[in-house]
Every structure is written in C-alpha cells, then in structure tokens.
Design a protein around this ligand. Structure first.
Ligand SMILES: Nc1nc2c(ncn2[C@@H]2O[C@H](COP(=O)(O)OP(=O)(O)OP(=O)(O)O)[C@@H](O)[C@H]2O)c(=O)[nH]1
Length: 671
C-alpha cells in the first residue's frame, strides 16, 4: 500500500464522514492506498501543504479558486459540498418584520455584525447587497450566545454548527443565506496538486474514486458514521450534533439531484465572478486545468497476447459493437468537454461584458456609437445613434431615449455640418480622428476622438475641455502681450543705444562712438596694412557767430556743417562731432593726397555756404588738421593729438586752411 495524506481544513466531524468511511470500508486499501486523515491544527493551511508536497490531498472550499488565480498549482478533484454552509444569522424577526420581506439585508444597516473573514460567500452577499461598510464590524467570538443574548445583531456562522446551537436553544435566528441572493459557492472541495495530477494521475483517480465511494457509503449509513467518528476520531461533538450535521450535509450535497463530487466550469466561473465583485480578484481566472478530469487516459496497448488471441477468436460483431460504443462515448465525452468549454467561455464573456458595461456607464467621457447615413452617391448626409452612455447624455443635454435610433439632424438641430464631414470620413475611411471644437449652442469646448469599429459605423468619445481651452486662450493672449512688450523694449533699447552714440543737435555720431570706432579701425588697418586718415575740423571764429547772431544761430551753422559733412561722406567714412564746434572725419584706406583734396573740397564748400538765419545769412570758414596712420602715429591718442597739432598750425597760420601734420613745422607765433 502506498502512504498518502489527506489534510482536512477542520476538526474531525461529520463534514469529513466520506473519508472515514472510505478508510473503514477498505475502499482506500482496495485502491492500493494507505491514507492518513490529518485533522486541522492552528497554523496549518491545507492549500500550502498540498502544493508544497507535504500532503498529497486536501480539503478546502471555494477559496481554492483564489489560490489558483494566484498561480498556486492546485487542482479541484471533487466538490463534496455543492453549496457553502456559511450564512449570516440575524436576530429573530417579529411578525411585522417578516411581512416587510423586501427590506432584506438593509435592516442590518448600522447594526453590529460579527464576521468570520474566511466566510467568503457571506462577504460576497454583503458586497452584493451594497452593505459593505454600512454596519459596525466586530471581531468574531464564535460564541452563539452572543447572538442569543443580543450582544450582537448578526454573526456569520455555519448551517452545520451554529444553527445546531440556535435550534437547541430554541432561538429562531433569522438566516440570510447567500444562496437566496444567487451567490452559490461550493462548500468542501477535495483537491490535490498539479504535480500529483501530471505525475501520478492513476493514484489521484483511484483516491478520488475511493473517496466518492466512501461518501456514498457515509450518506447511506449516517448513524453508523456518527458512532465511527465518536469512537475513532473525536468526541468534541455529541451524537445529536453529529446526526444534525449528517442531515445538513445531505441537503448541502444535493444528494437527490447531483452526483457526489460533481463540479462544473460554469459554477466555478460564477464563483470567480462573485470574487471579482468583492474585489478579491482582478479578473475571472482561466479554469483550464483547474477542474480535474476523472476520465482515465486511453491505455497504451500492451502486448497482451492472451487477450489478443481471445479477441481474435471473438466474433467480429462484438468488435464492431465495441468500436461503435467507443466512438459514441468519445463523441459524448468530446461533446461534454465542448459544452463545458462553451459554458466557461460564455460565463467569461458575460463577466467581461459586465465589467465593460460598468466602465461604459461610469466613465466621465461621453461615448456614442453611431451609424453613418449616406445619399445615393455615397456622400454622408446624416448619422444615427446606436448607443450612448450617461456621460454622453449629460454632454449632449439629451436623454438616451430621445437619441437611440434617431438621426442626428432630427434630434440635435445644431446645423453643424462640420461634424458630419468629420464623422463621415472616419466611418468611411476607418481612419481615427481627433479634433477640438467650440459649440456655439452650449458655449463650451469639446475634444472628440472618433474611430470606426466597423465599416459605416463610428464611435465618438467626447470630453469637455472648456476650462483647458480658456486657459490656452488666456495663455496665448498673455504670450502675444508679452511678445509686444518685449519688442517695444527691444526698440527702446536700440533707440537708447543709438542715442548714446549720437549727437542730438547734428545727428552725427558723438565722440564716444568715435573713440570706440577709431580704436577698432586702427586695429584693422594695422592687421590689413592700410592707411587711416584722421581729419580734425574746427569752425573759425565761431564764438563770434554766437556773439553776433545768438546761440540758436550758432546751432544752425553747426547743423549746416554737419549736413555738408554727412553728404560728402562715402561708405566706410566715419564723421562725428568731436565736441563744441569741432568735428572729426576718419577715412580708412585713403592716400594722403586724396585726403588733403577731400579736406579742401569740404573747406571750400563750407566757405561758400550761407546759412540763413532770420534776415541774416551767416558764413564762416574751417581750419583742418590732418594726421595719417602709420606715418603720424600708431595709436588713437597719438593720431588725434597730431591732427590737433596740425589744426593748431592751421589756426595759427591764418585759418581757413588744411594742414597735414609735420613734426618739424611749429605753429606760427602770431595768432
Ligand atoms: N551755438 C553753439 N555754440 C557752441 C556750441 N558748442 C560750443 N559753442 C561755442 O563755440 C565757441 C567756441 O569758441 P572758441 O573756442 O573761442 O573758438 P572760436 O571762436 O571758434 O575761435 P577759433 O577757434 O580760434 O577760430 C564758444 O563760444 C562756445 O560757446 C553749441 O553747441 N552751439
């Protein structure tokens, strides 16, 4: 006999009678197994023990699906309890309350409830009834007296145990059964590990079959089982209680209508969906490989010559009969598997559909599915609403009933042909589009994403973006204002820069500009080896002009000379007012003779100029000093000083003349 362990998820009681019977009746040993039935102990988790290999088999409940969803390699062998024994017991209901049946669980709002966190079906019931967080949850004392004495208003408990105490105390507790609300969890589930199924499939099949046989026996001999439990296993519960458990198990196993151990994909998926509703699962898990298939795999044909001889000797008819039967069975089996697969798929589909429906209803964005309507030439002329969500009703300001099946032009009256053009292109080309638009009717901005789920159809997801748009518009305005300001500041700065280097009276460059430019030009002339001519010009007897005609007249003369200077300057020349009635002309790349020539042309033209001022016509002359780089100096100071010295010579020699610097030519002594 091979030793295997069955780990129970509770203390010895009638709940496990089938396994005791299988052992006692020798079904396990007939199957070649020496089974140790191990009672539950604090800290033990049968699921962990089984998938870790500590025990070969275990008893769990519907929460086995949660372990599976968490990728624990467990396989459900048989559902012994077709329904969970867990219910919520409440205070007995008076006559009046009984009549108000429809009030249901809402009666527990704000009440004190003791909950066992393992009682998943009860938790699912509370979640389903919208009671989560609506009551005061207390730690479970597991003492039925607490309900009887009214210390609490309700407590989760089992139809196998707590109910027995309530009945014995003649306490007609009100039962809130998850099953009544359509939440139908499996009770006890016999299970093993994937490792066992793939490696020792025959052992698993034999153990399962012997266990189910044991259950058959136990349910047919309940009183005998009670004695067996009390004699061999535990005496915690009295005979009466164990017999009560037997009767309750009979009901929970659906013995009249269900084969012992039967489990279906559809039921497991429904349990998965309930866990989803409670938030214990994020999606209904695939149950592929989770439900054990007890059908033995086809045996490998061994060379059983005796049997072969016998068959060979047998009638052809029997062979044919077997063949037909086999085919039929196989077809039936395939059909059953297919049906289960279909059921599972449908269940999954339904669960998904519910999820998406929930999303569709609760999403903040308006959603509408539509069908485009075209004229005979295939040009979009309107569209029809197929489906809309509540957010769309809000955005459009139209209730669903007024939209579904209706044409847009009929119900929206927006006269907005732009939309139609956009939607038509999406529906007919299949190219998704996004656009933002201002609705004149509602004075709001909307962003619309549209795509085509099928030819001729288009879905629209609309989002109000008025706030964002207003901010964008304000931002653009602020940006434009900022840019204008910046440009104005730049203009002013440029003006200031210009003013800083210009003489306000004559508009010529000032001395500051000249200092910078002379430095730069001189450096360039040195680098590129060309000459640079500096011509210093001073108006003769200007003080006299001022004294005779007044300062304003003097100003006019200065301006007239500046104009002349400006008009005679060529590209590359730099003319500036050097100070008072002194001017300077800088001529790069100019031979000395040409420079003298130009200075004299200027001098002669100015001498011939008559500046009108009131009745008078003022004329005066110029004295000019010339210095040339490199002959007369290598730096600005030297050059200007020498030009100044030449000017001084011009003044001293009688004015109205241009003199080139000559170190050997001192100014005349007379003045
Ligand atoms: N109207 C006017 N006069 C100015 C300005 N700047 C300087 N002056 C005058 O120019 C005159 C210069 O006189 P001086 O330096 O004695 O020279 P000058 O009378 O021209 O005699 P020479 O240079 O020796 O021929 C002074 O009377 C200054 O007041 C100005 O911007 N406008």
């Amino acid at each position: 006999l091979e030793k295997v362990t069955l780990q129970l998820n509770g203390y010895h009681q009638f709940q496990y009678a089938g396994y005791y019977a299988a052992l006692e009746q020798g079904y396990y040993s007939e199957a070649g197994l020496d089974v140790a039935i191990v009672e539950f102990k604090m800290g033990i988790d049968p699921v962990i023990d089984v998938y870790s290999g500590k025990a070969e088999f275990g008893v769990s409940n519907s929460s086995l699906l949660l372990a599976r969803a968490a990728n624990k390699p467990v396989v459900a062998l048989a559902a012994i309890g077709q329904h969970s024994a867990n219910v919520l017991f409440g205070q007995p209901r008076g006559k009046e309350q009984k009549e108000q049946k429809e009030q249901g669980m809402q009666a527990l709002t704000g009440k004190r409830i003791m909950l066992d966190t393992q009682a998943d079906s009860v938790l699912a019931l509370l979640a389903n009834e919208g009671m989560a967080g609506q009551f005061v949850e207390l730690t479970h004392s597991y003492d039925p007296q607490d309900l009887i004495k009214g210390k609490v208003d309700a407590m989760s408990g089992s139809l196998l145990n707590e109910l027995y105490f309530f009945e014995r105390a003649k306490f007609p507790a009100h039962i809130y059964a998850p099953r009544d609300a359509g939440i139908d969890f499996y009770g006890d589930v016999l299970f093993t590990s994937e490792h066992m199924v793939s490696g020792e499939g025959d052992k698993v099949r034999a153990f399962r079959a012997a266990s189910l046989r044991g259950w058959q026996y136990a349910m047919a001999h309940q009183s005998e089982m009670v004695d067996l439990i009390r004699n061999k296993y535990a005496q915690r519960l009295d005979r009466d209680h164990l017999l009560f458990q037997g009767r309750q198990m009979q009901a929970l196993m659906d013995l009249d209508s269900t084969e012992i151990g039967n489990q279906t994909a559809a039921r497991w998926l429904a349990i998965g969906a309930a866990y989803l509703g409670m938030g214990k699962l994020e999606q209904v898990p695939s149950i592929d490989g989770f439900i054990f298939d007890p059908t033995p795999p086809p045996k490998k044909a061994g060379p059983d010559y005796k049997l072969l001889a016998l068959i060979a000797a047998g009638a052809l008819l029997i062979v044919l009969f077997l063949l037909v039967t086999f085919r039929l069975t196989r077809a039936q089996f395939a059909l059953r598997i297919e049906k289960q697969r279909q059921e599972a798929l449908q269940e999954q589909l339904r669960a998904n559909e519910e999820r998406y429906r929930g999303l569709f209803i609760s999403m903040d964005n308006g959603f509408a599915l539509n069908e485009i309507i075209c004229d005979n030439d295939g040009k979009p002329i309107d569209y029809r609403f197929i489906e809309v969500n509540p957010a769309f009703e809000k955005v459009s300001g139209m209730p669903r009933e007024k939209l579904i099946g209706k044409r847009a032009k009929e119900v929206l009256q927006s006269g907005d042909d732009d939309w139609l053009e956009q939607f038509g292109s999406v529906a007919l080309t299949g190219q998704p589009k996004r656009y933002e638009k201002f609705s004149q009717k509602t004075c709001r901005w909307f962003a619309t994403d549209s795509y085509s789920p099928a030819p001729g159809k288009f879905a629209v997801v609309t989002q109000e973006i008025t706030e964002r748009k207003q901010m964008e518009i304000a931002l653009t305005k602020a940006n434009i204002e900022l840019r204008d300001k910046y440009e104005e500041i730049s203009r002013l700065q440029e003006k200031l820069r210009e003013q800083a280097v210009r003489d306000p009276l004559t508009g010529l460059h000032n001395r500051r500009y000249l200092d910078e430019t002379l430095q730069r030009e001189l450096a360039r002339a040195k680098r590129e080896s060309y000459t640079l001519c500096v011509i210093l010009i001073d108006l003769d007897f200007f003080k006299k002009v001022n004294d005779t005609y007044g300062h304003l007249a003097g100003d006019e003369v200065l301006k007239a000379f500046a104009r002349l200077l400006h008009d005679h300057a060529r590209a590359g020349d730099v003319a500036c007012r050097y100070g008072g009635e002194e001017f300077m002309l800088m001529l790069p790349k100019m031979p000395t003779e040409t420079a003298i020539e130009r200075a004299n042309v200027l001098r002669e033209k100015f001498a011939a100029t008559k500046v009108p001022f009131g009745e008078a016509e003022i004329s005066t002359t110029l004295s000019i000093g010339i210095a040339i780089f490199p002959q007369h100096g290598g730096n600005p100071d030297e050059l200007t000083n020498n030009a100044d010295q030449a000017l001084y010579v011009a003044k001293s020699e009688g004015r109205n003349r241009a003199i080139v610097f000559d170190p050997g030519r001192p100014p005349a002594i007379h003045g």
